[in-house]
Structures are given as C-alpha cells and as structure tokens.
Design a protein around this ligand. Structure first.
Ligand code: ATP
Length: 294
C-alpha cells in the first residue's frame, strides 16, 4: 500500500465548562465533545523523493510546518527514521478557526494514516502520547465518538454517543479569536448557575433520551462571545425557534449548531435552506446539515 485516504471529522461541544486558569496561562476545562459526520478529506502518499510536501484546496491555509498535518507527519517520520518522502493533500470542508477542531482532526488523521502506511503498529493510546505534544484536542480526534475531556482538553474518558439526531451547523461570516474569548472570560463574575452541569449530562448520555441530554447542554464561553458578537445569539434563537432541542456555540466559536430529532431531518433541510436564503443570510459564511458520528 503506497497511499491512503482518510476522513478527518469535526467536533462540536455539547457542554463546555471552564474551571480555572493555571499558572502557565492555560485554562482548566471540563467538556463533552462529540464528532460529527462533516469531515475534511486527507490523502497521504509515499514518495521516492525525501521530504514532506503538502497541497490544500484552500489557498489561505499554510502548507508548510505551520500546518498541523505537516507537523504531525514530521514528528512521527523523524521518530521512526522513515527515509521515504510523503505527499499530503487536504480537501478542507470544515470551517477554519471556528471551534470545530479542524486542524486537530487533520493532524489526527495523519497520525493514523502514517501508522498504517508504514506498518508502525502503534495503538491509538501510543499515538495519543505523541499527538498531545502538538495540540490538546488531537487525542480526542484520534479516538472520535463522544468523550469527557478535562485538564487542558487532553485527559479523555469515553462516553456513550448521542442517540440518532440531525445537526445543523452554521459558520457566521466573521471570526472570533480563541485568545480574545479567554482574555475576556472573568470567572469571578460568573455565578454557579451559569456553569453547565457537565456531570448531569454524562448521566443522561448513559441512559437518557435525546431531549433529556440536550436539555443539559451549555457553553460557558458563549457569554463572552455573545457580548462581542450578538449575531451568535441571533443564530441560536433562530435554531431554537425552528424547533432545535439544543443550540450552542461550539468550542470558542464562532460556529453555532442546532440539534434536531432524527425524524425531523426533512424539516432540518428546509431550515438549512431558509438559513442560506432568508433574513439571516448576510450573517452566514456557510451552513451544513450533518449528524453525530462515532
Ligand atoms: P479548536 O476547535 O481546537 O479551537 P479551531 O476549529 O478553532 O480549533 P482550526 O480550524 O483547527 O481551529 O485552525 C486554527 C488555526 O490553525 C488556523 O488559524 C490555521 O491557520 C491553523 N492550522 C494549521 N493547520 C491547520 C489545518 N490542517 N486545518 C485548519 N487550520 C490549520
């Protein structure tokens, strides 16, 4: 086998709590992440000529060592002294810098792909030890499914996945920097009631209905992001008015998702249409219909 094609799935946060700020500046989080079917396409090919080359359909993304895919490939090729060359191709579909861990998902796919192409026989846990050095979300992306994630996002515990559902995703027509969101998060101004109840959501994932799980969703970062960009609240309100069981910003945003019962897939397609062409169309860069993925 000289080449391999993989899917790099994005994630949403069903719950995101921030517990505190560490001395090194990172925040301690407690969050529930779930992969979605929407994915980037990754192609990896062995080459005779040494070195790592990369191509991407999105000209704005770096294709040098700034790209997490190249960094992941280099880390593992160097460690195992792999002499051959490699070409990487990325078909970007996930929104960039939008709270869906697209870069981390791409890097995780590269770890899995090189492991298979060069028969390294590393377990996912062994890949995880290497991946965490490049980014706290990459271990989750290696496992996919649904996980509780703690620490700075790297301590994982597998959870049951969501019951069947339809998910609408919308990337607003603006960016929000993760750094800016955390700089404006003042935990001392946040009441206990504003923190999402992550533990109760875990219990509901174990035995509850989609409605009960969704009732417990929350993202502590929304307060900051909505104060900076009220359009996020507009999109959340739109999804709820259209019948979403839960609508939240994913991660540090600005992507907003709405979860609908699976039987309402046809209705969700119409909602997607009205998002793209209706009164909110100027707020939107792109929108997708997808589902939970394990
Ligand atoms: P998170 O949810 O972990 O905050 P994100 O969705 O906000 O992630 P990414 O899409 O992973 O953010 O991109 C963040 C930054 O990383 C971008 O500014 C981009 O230039 C850089 N980057 C490096 N490699 C990639 C990649 N393969 N895909 C997307 N962005 C990448």
């Amino acid at each position: 086998m000289d080449e391999i094609e993989l899917r790099a799935h994005g994630k949403i946060n069903l719950s995101l709590d921030v517990l505190g700020r560490r001395n090194d500046g990172y925040h301690e989080v407690k969050m529930i992440m779930h992969t979605v079917a929407l994915h980037d396409g990754i192609f990896i090919k062995k080459e005779r000529e040494r070195g790592i080359r990369m191509e991407c359909n999105l000209p704005s993304l770096p294709t040098n060592e700034e790209n997490l895919m190249v960094r992941a490939a280099k880390a593992i090729m160097d460690e195992f002294s792999i002499e051959e060359g490699l070409s990487l191709r990325l078909m970007k579909r996930l929104p960039v810098a939008a709270g869906m861990a697209g870069g981390s998902a791409d890097a995780a796919a590269v770890f899995h792909g090189i492991n298979q192409l060069f028969h390294l026989n590393l377990s996912t846990e062994e890949l995880e030890k290497r991946a965490v050095k490049l980014g706290a979300d990459i271990p989750f992306c290696l496992h996919k499914g649904c996980s509780l994630s703690e620490g700075i996002g790297e301590k994982l515990c597998k959870l049951p996945t969501l019951p069947p559902c339809t998910i609408l995703l919308v990337k607003p027509a603006f960016s929000l920097s993760t750094k800016l969101i955390y700089e404006n998060l003042h935990l001392k101004n946040i009441t206990d009631a504003e923190h999402p109840d992550v533990d109760r959501m875990i219990k509901e994932l174990e035995s509850g209905s989609l409605e009960d799980i969704c009732a417990l969703g929350g993202n502590l970062l929304e307060k900051v992001s909505i104060s900076l960009r009220p359009e996020i609240q507009v999109l959340k309100d739109f999804f709820i008015k259209e019948g979403a069981l839960l609508s939240l910003m994913s991660g540090s945003g600005p992507t907003v998702f709405g979860i609908f019962p699976e039987k309402e897939k046809e209705k969700a397609k119409m909602i997607l249409q009205s998002l793209r062409s209706g009164e909110h169309k100027d707020l939107i860069e792109n929108a997708w219909i997808t589902e939970a993925y394990a």
